[in-house]
Design a protein around this ligand. Structure first.
Ligand code: DNO
Length: 405
């Protein structure tokens, strides 16, 4: 397993120097400043590679840009509207440019309108750490009372609708503004940031689309890009919906094993793969992460390792981002399943034996409170997660030659 770390570029308050001390082996990054739908030029890619390749004092870092997260897929591609064909051409051109730069693994997602969604960015834990949280009642308060989406009430259980009404009434204007900002302004890595009116326009655009059509649009997209990735020796990996259940009445199509199976089978090429995010998928009680890894492993090209604690047994429910080894996913069993997959790959003579993973998110602890990195991406909280995951990996691969590549 390859120990990688997400870097948002020069504006990231966690530097290349910092991640070297964290013992990182490779970097996950994206050209966040390039608008969605535009080509990633060779110059821009080379500039990011150079930034990753050196420390603050100019000395070589020895680190390389190994995974792209994300090459964003435009709303037009998802809906097959407007300039979608030109956007697919641009995506293909970006793939060629990334390939020429030696980058092989490309993560993307197909979530309509909103990328990952949380209601609270700094939820206090009993030990004083803070974490991100999704509260279904707060989300309902946003949907019903702030966004005022027609039909929103019908999407929640009656008890949640009632609680949401009470909670909304008790919120100050500032609380309401913070809640709306947390949901619509775009969390780190999201391709776009929206106003409430933008969201309303986008929702109207999806009104007639539905789940089957969105799934078909993903298949159509992959039919255009996966054969090219295959030809170039690249790996595409779709990130799951986060959270893995419908929000704002929008269709969600990458939330379960069956969702992944349908897409992997529809475009049955090794280049069409999975970003197994244990935190996103783990927010649903019916997703068993070690079993998912066992069954989808052959096509898992990238891993996000983190853990959530679900606060209810429902499919749609509240959860918070727990420590990497706490929460609902058995991380030891998951890593054991990854190691088994790597052994199978080794036996089969595959080139991509070592699967890149990153310690996904982290709680804010210690000096993280002063540094104020992007929500979910603190230096020390992630370093703690990485160190714990590395410990499991080292213990499980101890004495087995060739596994820690
Ligand atoms: C959140 C991330 C997501 C992810 C995209 C991938 O921390 O996991 O923003 O990068 O959904 O396309």
């Amino acid at each position: 397993m390859r120990q990688t770390w997400r870097w948002f570029g020069p504006k990231d308050r966690v530097s290349i120097d910092d991640m070297m001390q964290a013992g990182v082996e490779g970097v996950v990054s994206a050209l966040h400043h390039v608008p969605t739908g535009a080509v990633w030029t060779q110059d821009e890619i080379a500039r990011r590679q150079a930034e990753i390749g050196r420390m603050k004092d100019g000395a070589p870092s020895g680190l390389a840009w190994e995974v792209v997260e994300s090459l964003p897929v435009s709303e037009d591609i998802k809906k097959q509207t407007g300039g979608w064909r030109a956007h697919i051409d641009a995506w293909r051109t970006s793939l060629r440019h990334l390939n020429a730069a030696g980058i092989e693994t490309i993560c993307y997602n197909f979530m309509p309108v909103l990328d990952w969604t949380r209601t609270e960015l700094a939820h206090r834990r009993p030990n004083g750490a803070t974490c991100m949280r999704f509260d279904l009642t707060d989300f309902a308060a946003f949907d019903i009372h702030i966004l005022q989406r027609p039909g929103a009430r019908e999407d929640f259980a009656a008890a949640i609708v009632e609680d949401a009404g009470r909670r909304f009434a008790a919120m100050s204007d500032a609380d309401r503004a913070t809640l709306a900002d947390n949901i619509v302004c775009g969390l780190p890595g999201a391709a776009e940031s929206f106003t409430l009116d933008d969201i309303r326009d986008h929702l109207a655009g999806y009104a007639a689309l539905g789940e089957a059509r969105l799934r078909q649009n993903l298949v159509d997209f992959l039919t255009e890009v996966a054969p090219l990735a295959e030809e170039l020796g690249m790996r595409l990996c779709c990130h799951p919906d986060d959270p893995p259940f419908p929000l704002l009445g929008l269709p969600r199509i990458m939330s379960t094993e069956a969702d992944y199976r349908a897409i992997l089978d529809a475009v049955d090429l090794p280049s069409n793969g999975v970003t197994l995010c244990s935190g996103s998928l783990g927010a649903r009680p019916d997703n068993d992460l070690p079993a998912l890894m066992e069954r989808l492993g052959e096509r898992v090209h990238f891993l996000h390792l983190r853990n959530v604690t679900r606060e209810s047994g429902d499919i749609s429910g509240s959860f918070f981002e727990d420590e990497h080894l706490a929460g609902g996913t058995d991380m030891v069993a998951l890593i054991a399943a990854v190691i088994r997959e790597e052994r199978r790959r080794e036996k089969a003579g595959r080139r991509d034996v070592s699967i890149p993973f990153r310690p996904d998110h982290g709680q804010e602890i210690l000096d993280d409170f002063q540094r104020k990195a992007q929500p979910g991406y603190p230096a020390i909280g992630r370093l703690k997660g990485l160190a714990e995951l590395r410990g499991i990996l080292t213990a499980l691969s101890h004495g087995r030659e060739g596994l820690r590549t």
